[in-house]
Design a protein around this ligand. Structure first.
Ligand code: SF4
Length: 384
């Protein structure tokens, strides 16, 4: 892939960031994914991995600073006394570029955090990455939190001293896609990492002082491996004891190699209700001290959140509450959730919403009581 030429006054952005970094300044330190083989992932498929030069990244940071200065200037001219936040809200409605939208959103949220893209920033040489992080903090001193994605295999390969160097430079948190702790499933999905490497990488990150967020994909084991996926993932997380466990639910689209596995019958998907049973088993086996977060639109019950171990019973009670509903109410909730009308179980008691969902359910089930699995999957995938 050719180097991306940026319009003057703009800087390069990668395609994704975690939901929790929605308002962070995005600085792209590498392009795409150096592994790029996971069957369940489509984000960088067909794109070649590239390291970016330190100079190129520094130029992007300087451009972000220049955009910030322009907004401050505009703020003075508009009578807001140099406060960029008010101007940022105007720019959000009419941004000149994706980069100026990102800077405006970042300033609007307080200008305190930055996220380094793309899939595995740790793959950069440690001294170069530390130099970037220091430069970012010097250039934009309001930033007090810098986070990034990383692969646990790369974290496992780094020396502890290198991770400490990055932490001291200002790297606050790493987001790692654990996905599963079950070796056969990791192998099947071509994740390129073993459970033991997940543990080694995760523990090293924690020992360095960098906060760690591990992502788990509910439903990844499908009907064949759901039990082992739940229990082995819990086992690995218990050993790592990360600060955060974030769950999201498997979705499959045609750009993923997993789609072919699905089509040829090698992979059999679990339904929403089966995935909830898997999540129950997973939570039952968690014996760590992490914050469990369910902040993803694909998750059926977003209210399953809390601090472990003290909130474990409360989290399991949310699952029990759903499972104790009559079958038609469970279907109503799943449809309502999947079409974006419901957020929490309590929404079932909103009579207006309930009626609207009933009409949709009736239409989707074509007169019968059940909506078929394929329709349900396509509704979930509509969000992605
Ligand atoms: S390592 Fe991450 S970004 Fe790369 S292919 Fe796997 S899931 Fe996708």
């Amino acid at each position: 892939m050719a180097l991306t030429k940026q319009a003057p006054g703009s800087f390069e952005l990668g395609p994704i960031r975690p939901p929790s970094e929605a308002c962070s300044l995005l600085i792209r330190v590498t392009r795409n994914c150096p592994w790029n083989r996971c069957k369940f992932c489509h984000t960088y498929k067909g794109e070649e991995f590239q390291l970016r030069s330190v100079e190129e990244i520094k130029q992007d940071i300087k451009t972000a600073k220049a955009i910030q200065n322009q907004m401050k200037e505009l703020s003075w001219k508009s009578g807001y006394g140099g406060r960029a936040k008010e101007v940022a809200s105007m720019i959000l409605n009419n941004p000149r570029s994706e980069a100026s939208y990102n800077v405006a959103l970042w300033l609007y949220a307080g200008g305190e955090s930055a996220f380094l893209q793309d899939a595995n920033s740790l793959i950069m040489r440690t001294n170069k990455l530390a130099e970037i992080i220091r430069f970012l903090k010097q250039t934009l001193p309001s930033i007090n939190r810098i986070t990034s994605y990383a692969r646990s295999k790369t974290a496992a390969k780094k020396k502890l001293e290198e991770l400490i160097e990055l932490h001291e430079a200002g790297l606050s948190r790493l987001h790692i896609g654990l996905e599963s702790g079950y070796d056969l499933l990791l192998q099947y999905m071509d994740k390129g990492v073993t459970a033991a490497e997940h543990i080694e990488g995760g523990k090293k990150v924690i020992a360095s002082g960098i906060s760690l967020c591990e992502y788990v994909i509910l439903g990844l084991g499908g009907r064949k491996m759901w039990r082992e996926h739940a229990t082995q993932t819990a086992r690995v997380l218990n050993e790592i004891d990360p600060d955060f466990i974030r769950v999201r639910t498997l979705t499959i689209n045609k750009k993923m190699p997993l789609y072919n596995e699905l089509e040829n019958g090698n992979f059999i998907r679990s339904t929403d209700e089966e995935i909830l049973e898997e999540e129950k088993l997973f939570i039952e086996h968690l014996e760590c001290h992490s914050n469990y977060v369910s902040d993803h639109i694909t998750n059926l019950l977003q209210e399953i959140e809390g601090k472990l171990p003290q909130d474990k019973e409360k989290m399991l009670a949310s699952i029990d509450r759903f499972q104790s509903l009559p079958p038609e109410e469970r279907t109503n909730f799943i449809v309502g959730r999947r079409v974006g009308i419901y957020v929490h179980l309590d929404d079932l008691y909103d009579i207006h919403k309930h009626q609207v969902v009933e009409q949709i359910r009736h239409k989707l089930s074509q007169g019968s009581n059940q909506v078929d699995d394929k329709t349900m999957y396509s509704l979930t995938e509509g969000f992605i």
